[in-house]
Write a protein that binds this ligand. Structure first.
Ligand code: 5GP
Ligand code: ZN
Length: 115
């Protein structure tokens, strides 16, 4: 738990979130500002500022679950045709919350667009 980290507070249920997957290593919950419906964030339970401070165990602890979380998101809505993964590290890379997170962004058709 890092002081004043909003994602640590989400892990501790001090801030509510719509959780779609959780175990001892990770929590996956809906992004508060959905790029597309079902936009999900996957975060390690252990606070890390970004991917740049992961060791191999941290990497395993998060990434081993990404395929099954992505499949669960896709299975939740037959209109979802694909999923983008996005990860921002550092302010210049548009990271705004400094607890590492992977975005899973469902895509609904070739026409849907986001910036
Ligand atoms: P970043 O820009 O750091 O890659 O992404 C941070 C993401 O966290 C943003 O997409 C933002 O909407 C999301 N976010 C920020 N605060 C909260 C919150 O309190 N709850 C949830 N569910 N998402 C949040
Ligand atoms: Zn944190």
């Amino acid at each position: 738990m890092e002081n004043n980290c909003i994602f640590c507070k989400i892990i501790n249920n001090e801030i509510p979130s719509y959780t779609i997957f959780e175990n001892d290593d990770v929590k996956a919950f809906l992004d508060i500002s959905q790029t597309t419906p079902g936009h999900t964030l996957v975060i390690p339970k252990k606070h890390r500022d970004s991917l740049l401070s992961f060791d191999r165990e941290d990497a395993r602890n998060v990434f081993q679950y990404i395929p099954e979380i992505a499949r669960a998101i896709k299975a939740s809505n037959t209109d979802i045709k694909g999923i983008n993964l996005l990860n921002n590290n550092g302010e210049v890379a548009y990271q705004s919350v400094f607890h590492a997170h992977i975005h899973l962004i469902p895509r609904y058709s070739e026409q849907d667009d986001f910036s």
